[in-house]
Write a protein that binds this ligand. Sequence first.
Ligand code: PLP
Length: 431
Amino acid sequence: MNSFDEELTRRLAALHAQGLHRELRRVDSPPGTRIRIDDRALLNFSSNDYLGLANDPILKEAATQAVEKFGAGSGASRLICGSLAPHHDLEEALAYFKGAEAALSFSTGYATAIGTICALLGKDDVIVLDKLVHACIVDAARLSGAKIRVFAHNDLDDLEKILKWTEKNIQHPTPINREQESNIQHRKRTLIVTESVFSMDGDAAPLREIVALKEKHGAWLMVDEAHATGLYGKNRRGLAEESGVSERIEIQMGTLGKAVGASGGYICGSRPLIDFLVNRARSFIFSTAPVPAAAAAATAGVRFIQSPAGETRRKFLWTRVEQCGTGILPVSDLSNDPANAAKSQSKSKIGDRLEACPTLSAIIPVLIGDESKAVAASAVLREQGIFVPAIRYPTVARGKARLRVTLTATHTTEEINLLVATLNEIVNRKS
Ligand SMILES: *Cc1c(COP(=O)(O)O)cnc(C)c1O
């Protein structure tokens, strides 16, 4: 072995020792509640395909037709000759769905965050992040060069403290006399970024209060609805709609790879925002346009969500979440975190936890703490034919490893019962 490979082998061994090693599992089936992994049929509780659209005939048909009409590849970036009709149809459908003036689609949610945040902010600006935002937002913040300030998860007091600081230190000293004005590209800005429903905890941001704070302190707000699009609000636009604040959020972001059932990411907002991103978002400009099949499937997914069938799927999902919530699960035994153990002593069932949560979510984290224990619990579940992944650092903080259960509209009552029974059995066996 040469020294390069030796070095990497040492680093991999270190990951193994910490319970942080990861590997790919080959799936030999379409996405769904039953999947084939390593030649075994498993009941799947790990997918973000919350409405069960990824393998829906309507989306598959839309993708197939787009391949027939527009080909397998898109040939170039959007600004060269890759801006195909299916991309424009998707953006019209997205703007209509979200009730926004305009929309722009990207190849992934990750690319959406990177392109948008880096286009809007530079080194003189400040970006204020919830402690638990997704890695793509953290990476975007770093890449933008803006000053990064982090507030404790969903902590409005902490957020306001930071906003007061930015107001004092960042915005007011901007020189405004005629001569200097022409030299400055823009005023120094503060952008707050949060998720609406958090990806690894399933809890919701207090959007109404955050909107009020950003208006009070003259900041901008970007909300990532990755786990809320299609699931909340009268028109299923997301948690911003349910909270009645859609129109007051400058930048609404989401992904097309979760409840929408396809692949890609989007920004919805004003016409100037979208035009600006077309000119300035580097992950949009310098990347080949998504394949026509992806755009067409996403359009079909967005339309499905808006249809009565979309509302039926959402109702099914909340029924499953409630059913799972009534199962008995003493999470306190699993937790290494004393604060959490204390909390869960009084609320020992998932059901109680859900009641304590004002917003239902399809993401149910079962906190375990220790990385290796989480991996072991996931392995035991797999033995029993149930796939629930162990989520570890760096996806969540060290010592906060968990089983992340996700429910979808297409799970059956029997499947949920089996999950709850098996989880309970494993928890009791371990404690
Ligand atoms: C999944 C996810 C993304 C990234 O979206 P992709 O389309 O998978 O790249 C962004 N933000 C959050 C909160 C996510 O959960």
